[in-house]
Ligand binder design. Sequence first.
Ligand code: GLC
Length: 743
Amino acid sequence: MTQEKLLELLGDMSLQEKVDQLLQLHEFFYTGNQEEVATGPAREMGITEEDITQAGSILGSYGAKKLKKLQDDYMAKQPHHIPMLFMMDVIHGMKTIFPAPIAQGAAFDPKIGKMAADIAAREAAVTGLHVTFSPMVDLVRDARWGRVVESTGEDPYLNAEYAKAIVEGFQGENNDLTEKFKIASCIKHFAGYGGAEAGRDYNTVEMSRPAFREYYLKSYKAGIDAGAALVMTSFNTVEGVPASVNKWLMRDILRKDFGFDGVLISDYAAIEESIYHGVSEDKRDAAKKGIEAGVDIDMMTGCYAANLAKLVEDGEVDEKLVDEAVLRVLELKNKLGLFENPYKDADEKLEKEMILSMPHRIAAREAAARTFVLLKNETDDGGFKYLPLKEGKKTAFVGPFVESQSIMSAWAVTGDEDSCVSVAQALRETFGSKYLYAKGCEILGDDVKIPGFRGMVHYPSTPEETEKLYVEAENVAKDAEQVVLFLGEDTTETGEAASKGFIELPEVQQELLRRVHKVNDNIIVVLFTGRPLDLREVSELSKSILVVWRPGTEGGHAIVDVLTGKRGPCGKLPMSFPYCVGQVPVHYDSLVTGRPAEPGTTEKFKSRYLDIPNEPLYPFGFGLTYTTIAMSDVKLDKSEMTADGKITATVTVKNLGDVVGVETPQLYIHDVKASIARPAKQLKGFEKVELMPGNAFDVKFEITKDMLTFVDGEGNEVLEKGEFEVFVGFDSATTNKASFVLK
Ligand code: GLC
């Protein structure tokens, strides 16, 4: 439809019809009994019966047959037969679930994010979906926050690279949303949600404007520049004003500074929650503040539906504000081609053929193997590394994650655990059914009840049953030369509303590790986690640690591929693993301070703790391979440059081992002196390098001025002359340094 026709349509719509386009309800409002629903949650939300059948979009429903029928019924009743939008959280896969975003970030390879999003879009599109609430691009530094599982980590540059890649994966590089098997991407949560105080979900966010701009806003800008069709507001306040009613954040930064002209949707009930924040008087006031802030769609509350028309009629809200919001929603529907083809790609036949197809499974298996991070890998008495597993060495496979298919993340809301490949299934395919196994314990211990996305999860085991499992594990461990222990967090401990004050493994699993270690100290730990954990005891009691995050549908296959050496680990930490929770938030790009403490020194009046080190247990960017790759000193081709010039930093990397290895040289820059204090290091480049045994390769990074600027509190890019330090290494703790002067 042409823009002119859209404007004509808008001009022909009644005020209430416009308002209904700004309402998003969950599917049960449509498929439940109208009477019951109209008197149920809808009524409390102030939503009237006609609203229920007229809302402009649905949250949380999928299935080609179902959505075609919903669309038909809706359009038949809609006065102008405007099609509705179907939106869903397709975070890291639709039915073929890819590794969680924190894992994808660990690949240090945005192409993995793009591929995962492309395949997710294909599977989502044939089920009839039009929009996904992904990628979540919030920068995260606090391992206590459960939603770190949905992010790509603590670095603005890495997050921005992934934000761009994932948006392109969902929408296509031309951003032609009428293209087959493409869906609209909604980046979230704008803005600064990952900075929640004390890592407690939905908590207050307080930070300086330079930090906000420099660290937290970059990835949203990258997603918007990549063409993201929607942005979602965040639950938190920004400078004391809830994001969903924050005019400065939404109109000055998002719309004006970032030039975003797509649809802005609130997070779930976030407009109404401005009442509970103590900023809006009531739902009417919340609706007024929300539309004035430029929020187009009110997700799952009756604020807009029950109040906006009245606010306009009472002269308190200019109808132009409603018109601009409705026009953006109509434009999105038009970009998706829904006026011509309301079903878009919904297709029952393709649904069966494409979902969980073998090519998709293979892609998920390959992707997962590239996200795993090898944190330690000692050498056994025979001079062999513990990993990859040596043939002929009697190995026991122990732990609650051997048989578990619960290896996605809590946000894999459309995924099915029974389609996940467990480690056990992959072991049987590799070693036959004859392998030493013991469960060891439940994931969370005795009689534990924990709220999950799909309701309460209960682990009913008793102390007696746990003791029995421990003894079985000890007996199996005694009988083996080495033990691979599969441990980790429960799925319900990841994602939204899953903040934790302690970040060790569940105690029942720590105890299993101790019990096994007593009878056999040749332990390799495979760790399923959605967040950095305090691994001090795990590291002390194990010879090797492989972090596999939440690996998704093909997790079991990918894990056995890496354990057996069919694939080599090449992941790097996208988030620091703290020494303990007392160190949190800990991030590699912190400021130097006026009293920097040199690692390993104990001078008192320095910025340090009395009882723990400043350094994390495992730093950002860290990860081992199965071989040994050396790096030369970094060389610069010049010692100074001007703003329009460039400097090339070169290192030579060489594979000293006897197996192939994939390493990730990383470029960090430090602005030694500037008008505001600058981080000790900032990631400005990385490259995946695959080296055959004995192979050497020169890795070159071109340093240009955009790597040297910083953003001030008003959003201006600032470039200041002076000395810059260049670091190149295999992780952020590298001291391989050279300097130059910007003239
Ligand atoms: C949730 C989440 C958001 C999600 C939305 C819709 O509360 O904060 O990430 O997209 O609701 O499910």
